[in-house]
Design a protein around this ligand. Structure first.
Ligand code: ZN
Length: 133
């Protein structure tokens, strides 16, 4: 649980935005930044964002919903959202746990994701949903 990043306090309701400011989200982060990580899957290795978790009820799009675009690939289970104007990834509905969103820590207002500290890398190459059951 991370409640302060480089002097920026993580609020229980913290705003996040894309680069151009068209898309604004309000995140419920009563426990701060939960489970931040990078991922080496084919999408995340290109995107490079640090991603943290919230329940689906924990993200409200308060501005720019019409500018969000959806990207899906492979099994088309996860829903990856990005701003159609500036191209920034804001959040995605997980494939590994569809009751959660991941969100771009770098979009949090006032937060420098490089100040979060050491972040583990998720083994996205060997995705849990791809392993034989
Ligand atoms: Zn934008």
């Amino acid at each position: 649980m991370i409640k302060n990043v480089g002097g920026t306090e993580i609020k229980a309701k913290h705003r996040a935005s894309c680069h151009c400011g068209t898309v604004v989200l309000e995140l419920d982060l009563p426990n701060g930044i939960v489970d931040p990580r990078r991922c080496d899957c084919s999408l995340c290795r290109r995107k490079g964002a640090i991603v943290a978790s919230v329940p689906l009820s924990g993200i409200k799009v308060i501005q720019g919903e019409e500018s969000l675009r959806l990207y899906q690939f492979n099994t088309r289970t996860a829903k990856h959202y990005f701003c159609s104007r500036c191209g920034i990834y804001t959040h995605h509905q997980r494939r590994s746990n569809s009751s959660e969103y991941g969100y771009n820590v770098g979009c949090l207002e006032g937060v420098n994701p490089f100040a979060v500290g050491t972040v583990p890398t998720n083994d996205g190459v060997n995705h849990p949903a791809d392993r034989s059951k």
